[in-house]
Design a protein around this ligand. Sequence first.
Ligand SMILES: [Zn+2]
Ligand SMILES: [Zn+2]
Length: 93
Amino acid sequence: MEVTNKEPAEESSVPPPKKRIDINELRTCKNKGCGKSYKEKDNHDSACDYHPGPAVFHDRMRGWKCCDIHVKEFDEFMEIPPCTKGWHNADAV
Ligand SMILES: [Zn+2]
Ligand SMILES: [Zn+2]
C-alpha cells in the first residue's frame, strides 16, 4: 500500500484585488463638520458643507480657525454652521 502524504510544494499566490471605487457605494465623509454619508455618484464640488479647520481648543474656548468662530460650550461648537463648501472626502487623513 502506497501512501502519498505530500505537502503542496508551492502556495498559489493570488494578487490582492485592486481597490476600485464603487460610485454607488455608501461612503462616510471625513471632512470636519460634515460626517455625512454619501455616494460617489452624488459627490460634486459643493456637495459638502464643512470646516477646513483646524479646530481650536484654548482654555475654555473652542472653535474653528477657518471661520474664526469661538464658543464656550461643546454643544455650541457642534452647531457652528460649516463655513466652506466642497467635495465630500472619505479618505481624509
Ligand atoms: Zn469654519
Ligand atoms: Zn462631506
